[in-house]
Design a protein around this ligand. Structure first.
Ligand SMILES: [Zn+2]
Length: 234
């Protein structure tokens, strides 16, 4: 049975109730499968969530250290800190909020660069992204030869920050009839700009706070744009 992916519908939800449908051991790790989850499994360049899963009576405490999506099923990989697991057990899921929020902001900041390039009429096609706190980048295919890289960096950064200042809300639109890798396809809109993406996104682009373009360089046949985001003080 496929895991219902609650984070696809509500990207800011960090708690949910659920039920254990399967579990097994893999070395010193326990793998837990639930009927539904808010834990984001690694994918699309975005790191997985961590957190905890607890039984309703509070006896079971399972520490989620890694989350993977395998053939439609989310594997919550971790260790039992207290109590015992059983199939059918009613549990509550708690995602580590700080890690999720940071990963979400970094991920959205990557798509913000796509959006900035489009507004600047720079004809680069988005490739892969690496939205990790250390060394985040997005790659593109297009022309870079003969361009003034320093000027370009400043121009893209300025555009990203100008877009952030517009206070743009994001929204999810599902394509009811289309499935991809066992997931319902959806488009996330940053204002009018649509992104087919399964990751988690900020609800308003101002949550990114600010964008910094650190480096633009050729990486094999791609153009790699390394970026950073502003610190969150709240
Ligand atoms: Zn994405």
């Amino acid at each position: 049975m496929n895991t219902e992916l609650l984070y696809m519908k509500n990207m800011s939800q960090i708690q949910c109730s659920s039920k254990i449908v399967d579990h097994h051991q893999d070395g010193d790790k326990t793998i837990l499968v639930l009927n539904q989850t808010i834990f984001y499994p690694q994918g699309g360049g975005q790191p997985y969530d961590t957190g905890s899963i607890k039984s309703r009576d509070g006896n079971l405490v399972f520490r989620v250290q890694e989350v993977r999506f395998i053939d439609g099923v989310v594997h919550h990989i971790g260790v039992i800190e207290n109590g015992d697991l059983s199939i059918g057990m009613e549990v509550n899921c708690f995602v580590d909020e700080d890690r999720r929020r940071l990963n979400t902001r970094i991920h959205s900041a990557g798509h913000l660069i796509d959006m900035a390039l489009k507004e600047l009429n720079i004809d680069w096609t988005p490739g892969k992204g690496y939205h990790f706190p250390q060394g985040a980048y997005v790659e593109y295919h297009g022309k870079i030869d003969g361009l003034d890289i320093e000027k370009l960096k400043t121009k893209i950064e300025k555009k990203c920050n100008e877009i952030i200042s517009r206070n743009i809300e994001t929204k999810i639109v599902f394509d009811e009839n289309k499935l991809q890798n066992g997931k319902q396809m959806r488009t996330v809109f940053y204002g009018e700009y649509g992104i087919p993406c399964e990751g988690t996104h900020v609800s308003n682009l101002k949550e990114i706070i600010s964008s910094g373009i650190r480096k633009i360089k050729k990486e094999k046949d791609a153009i790699r744009v390394s970026y950073s985001i502003g610190k969150q003080y709240t």
